[in-house]
Design a protein around this ligand. Sequence first.
Ligand code: SAM
Length: 264
Amino acid sequence: MFVPNTTQDYGDNPIAVRETDTYVSEYVRGFVEKWDELIDWNQRAKSEGRFFIDVLKARGKKSVLDVATGTGFHSVQLLKAGFDVTSVDGSAEMLAKAFENGCNQGVVLKTIHADWRQLNRGVRGKFDAIICLGNSFTHLFDENDRRRALAEFYAALKHDGILILDQRNYDRILDEGFASKHKYYYCGDKVVAEPVHIDEGLARFEYSFPDGSRHNLNMFPLRKDYTRRLLREAGFQKLHSYGDFQEEGEETDPDFFIHVAEKS
Ligand code: SAM
């Protein structure tokens, strides 16, 4: 059965598309709905366990700004765990889906439509913690955009606030090369995510669904030490990086890194 790639449009030369603003048009409805339909939230909750809840509770954090709400997974988990959550995304499409998902799970999301680079124009008040999860920071293609976003995150935090930001292990993908690429499976075997183009300025991933349809995301391949440097230069004083929810060193070849950056 042939199923068209729905409405994502990268033009004639998809690997030339390397712009921060592309994210809004990448998350088309067909992609978003399929994603949520296939990725079982219970399964995802099981694989993450209580990691984020424990990191936040251990530091006595209560108010959380989820800056990459997406379809709402982390906002909903944290609301259910008793945190005071505000949910931000630059995609109105995503926020609408997140709100709907929240209602289906018995919680009402406080949503704010804002781009990270102008976060504090849309968001009022200061938060104990900001989460930027699901490999979202990778959507920023320009270093100035990354610094701007981190400065906005920093400013939206209380004096002792923390930022939790995750990223794929792009070092492994870049260093092992395209030929020896791994296949990345998200939450089971239903969605296959694999790189179809890699260079120092672009990681283009393809997401294949069981009905034969495919979608793509163009992302900037953040090296781990580079992200850590940007976090330090943004002003965060303490920085701890985990690999796949384990302490640094325990997991030698993780798929994801989770950086916990503290202001003081
Ligand atoms: N955190 C969710 C998860 O783990 O399921 C969603 C992750 S999704 C990969 C990335 C999200 O970040 C998208 O919803 C996208 O709209 C949002 N995003 C990307 N760049 C952004 C920006 N510059 N400002 C605001 N939101 C942005």
